[in-house]
Design a protein around this ligand. Sequence first.
Ligand SMILES: Nc1ncnc2c1ncn2[C@@H]1O[C@H](COP(=O)(O)OP(=O)(O)O)[C@@H](O)[C@H]1O
Ligand SMILES: [Mg+2]
Length: 302
Amino acid sequence: MTESYPLDPARSVAARIPAGHRPPDAARPIRVIAVTSGKGGVGKTTVAINLSTAIASLGKGVTLMDADLGLANVDVMLGLKPVLNLSHVLDGLCGLEDVVVTGPGGINLVPAASGLRRMTMLSKAEHAGLVYAFSGLSDVTDVLVIDTGTGMSDTVATFCSAAQEIILVVTNDPASITDAYATMRILNHDFGRSRFRLLANRCRHPRDGAHLFHELLMMTDRLTGVTIEPLGTIPYDARLQHPAAAAGAHCHRYPGSPVAAAFRQLALDIERWPAPTSLSGGLEFFVERIVRSGVTDPRSQL
Ligand SMILES: Nc1ncnc2c1ncn2[C@@H]1O[C@H](COP(=O)(O)OP(=O)(O)O)[C@@H](O)[C@H]1O
Ligand SMILES: [Mg+2]
């Protein structure tokens, strides 16, 4: 998309930092949750959107970052058509405020698209500019939810390793279980992550969730130091299958549905997780972690 803009090499995200600006010493801690899976089509985007709106309905400021370049991404699912994305911010063509779209329940959506990979390859000045760009969202963000892409690309790994919490979405399908295990193994071996929260989606029976959890628990026995915690079950709802009906957040359209109730419960459970500490930092520190990671992985798909 950037090609359609008259790019001026002298302009970059760094140029937008006002003279005399100093980075904050301490930022308001935020909770950063990455939603991932390994296998595509298991409901990551559905979970990221509905979890975000459920958390927002508890009065929290929620920012949802679309870190998936796939076709059925967050803006498509929400029926939004953002023209600008993070790559335009990196090019200094606009500020982050021009890119952020308001989604259902007042969530802030950051359409990321092609800017994602570049975030790990910035010059020092661009790096500072990007951190500054995100500082504007800090005041309105208590929770940052990241919808990651499918598979274990370097972008997925980067976002998962910069997040405090990783929600692994699984369905009752052998491929989903194997891919979830492979995802945990890579994030553990290569990125030192040891705690995963398992969310069973598209479950036709409440017992499916417990069954999936036990299956993965037995598999992770082979991964020393890895713990998985069950997050519960999101029921199957055929209304989520139809693109037209799915546009928007299901929880908003059908607040009385079992799916909406499950996401409300999930949001309440998340509130009881240990509070993010100032060590984990605010939104700016999260961006710092992403930018500094500079992960270059031969498995990269982006
Ligand atoms: N709980 C559910 N019940 C029924 N269909 C679901 C459910 N969750 C997701 N889906 C559907 O499954 C498909 C894949 O979901 P999506 O969120 O795009 O997955 P991913 O982001 O993992 O690729 C979509 O058609 C979506 O509407
Ligand atoms: Mg998706």
